[in-house]
Write a protein of this length. Structure first.
Length: 254
């Protein structure tokens, strides 16, 4: 699949992979800062952003998509930052295509199976008839009852686009919902990935628990586990300076 991507800067390639419901747009600020040190390539994963849609969505397929992008851009070695679902994509990629990777940063996700935490979001978005609305504010108001968290709504509404007077989702919501169980799956099961890795978690997030630390070190023996105490799941938005400090240190950026 020919993925959409945005590029900024020059130097050693750094690939950024967003999480579920996200896109490369969410990482523009971080990408701009890191472009002082690297050629930053922010990717839209399949069924997200401006990348093509598909009825299939597995970590194996998303890793294959990324390998095709590396071949298309003639990238021999890359550093990778993957957040949440993108972190699992990065882990699956490191297992299947280790020859492409120099170093790996996984942001607030473990290689384990996760429980359903998003079906209510899918149902709320799929229940909307976008033909009834003409702007994001109206859609935001319509979602207040089912999705009361304003920050979550604002994040989701970044996926709305207006063509003429018609609103539509850039996300392939139905395909993502149909494949959601695949996105909860564990990755790198019974595998050892010998790539230098940094797992960065938010101290206010429950995505990486103490019980997960042994699993991470078993699957990724050349890894470190770093906590940014004041951050939640969206570390790059909650504590951007601390996040960037950890990134530049790990990738040996001057």
């Amino acid at each position: 699949m020919k993925l959409y991507y945005q590029t900024i800067g020059e130097g050693r390639p750094l690939v950024i992979l967003h999480g579920l419901f996200g896109s490369s747009d969410n990482w523009r600020g971080i990408a701009k800062t890191l472009s002082d040190y690297a050629q930053v390539i922010s990717v839209d994963l399949r069924n997200h952003g401006q990348s093509p849609h598909s009825v299939k969505q597995t970590y194996a397929l998303m890793a294959e998509d990324l390998a095709e992008l590396c071949d298309r851009l003639k990238l021999d070695k890359v550093n990778i930052i993957g957040h949440s679902m993108g972190g699992k994509v990065a882990m699956a990629f490191s297992q299947r295509y280790p020859q492409y990777i120099d170093k790996l940063v996984v942001v607030d996700i473990a290689p384990k199976q996760y429980h359903d935490a998003h079906s209510h979001i899918f149902k709320a978005l799929l229940a909307l008839d976008l033909s009834l609305y003409t702007n994001r504010s109206d859609v935001d108001n319509a979602l207040k009852m089912t999705l009361p968290n304003k920050a979550v709504r604002q994040f989701l509404l970044m996926n709305l686009e207006l063509s003429g007077e018609a609103l539509s989702w850039r996300l392939n919501l139905q395909a993502l919902y149909d494949n959601y169980s695949e996105l909860l799956d564990a990755v790198c099961e019974d595998e050892t990935v010998m790539i230098p890795s940094s797992f960065i978690r938010g101290g206010q997030s429950d995505y990486i628990l103490e019980d997960d630390e042994d699993l991470i070190r078993t699957r990724f023996p050349y890894s470190e586990l770093v906590t940014i105490e004041q951050a939640g799941h969206w570390l790059h938005a909650d504590a951007p300076q601390q996040f960037l400090s950890k990134i530049t240190e790990f990738f040996d950026y001057d």
